[in-house]
Design a binder for this molecule. Sequence first.
Ligand code: HEM
Length: 391
Amino acid sequence: MTHEVDFKVPEKEDFDSPHALFAELRSHCPVAWSGDMGGFWAVTKHADAKAVLENWQMFTTTVQNVVPRVATTQRRPPLHLDPPANTPYRNAIQRFLTPQRLADWEPRLEVMVARFLDPWIEKGGDVCENFSFLLPIALLAEFFNLSPEKAELIRAVGAEFNMALQRQDFDTLRQKSDELYDIAADLIADRHANPRDPDTDPTASLLAVRVDGEPLADDLVLGALRQFLLVGIIAPTTFIASMAVHLARHPEHHAELTANPDLVPDALEELLRLYTPYRGFARTAREDTEISGCPISKGDPVAIVFTSANRDEDVFPDPHSYRLDREARDLLTFGRGPHMCPGAPLARVLLRETLKQITQKTERLVQTSDIEMTNWPEYGPLSVAFDVVKR
Ligand code: HEM
């Protein structure tokens, strides 16, 4: 079905322009059709975003789970399966993210953040290339008990995958996706050959799952591992860079956190609201329906624009300002409903430690380059350089 076009996806964006566009859409056309990237609805209001995410009976993830659509041949649970089929995959990983396990991660993450942050503080330069891209890969490598060689391979392939995604070079994207599948397949073969305790190894945990007495299908375990190996890398990379841009623009906020590190948890929540790194996770309508009165046709892709919902003036007064005294913090940064990010608690520990160390170890960040931005489905810098003034 053809729709009247409500907005164009801009060819070039800067750090602020997406927020201006989304504010305009929220006020004039909160559920907006774009004819770009294959055609999709952008859901920009907080309440609508939540309603779509929670209504998985109407809006499925099995057809297209990001805008722009990346054609893939294989399903990657849990994101590509609707409830209840996605649940065993989530449970197999969530047992590694209990409060006790997270408490064990805190001292490890303190060391890991310092290992990658300190060289960037010494040298300055591109925060993505020299720091924020390296850190989440190191975390995932430890989380999955990968060898240093495998971690290095994922770093290299993940970087090329991300670049291909940003440039919308779909041939390279498919090739790099296949390479990530090969890495996941090797990991599974290794765990079959050298069994590990499902209580300490996430891959062994996935292999140990039984549903009605049967193990999970091999191709779906492979897809799940491939999903986990990449999904947690891109958002922290761009988000950490957004935090650095904010601190450079607001030396007064930097100084306040340096003087009072107890404010870091609240500051992180506010930054996760202001610079939400995902805007293009998507669903597809199973039937003709509507969102807040806007008619949606069966088969239409619907992007849930988290980056916009978190600046919705109906939920967050003075939405573009950094304020540590907010009462309502109903953030959609990590999604909602049956696919809500299972990695969120771990990501928060990582990001809190990062913000704390940056503001404790540096006096000031001075931005020295333009910001090269990511594109849909992400928001945030792909590259931005700083001079770092040490404390
Ligand atoms: C700043 C960091 C992160 C952000 C903002 C983020 C955000 C999100 C969002 C919004 C979703 C929901 C997608 C949807 O509903 O379509 C999601 C899903 C997911 N995230 Fe994260 N994530 C982050 C870090 C991580 C990390 C570190 C991990 C791994 C340890 C991870 C693993 C996953 C997985 C496996 C899913 C799919 C869950 C499912 O379909 O049931 N994420 N993430």
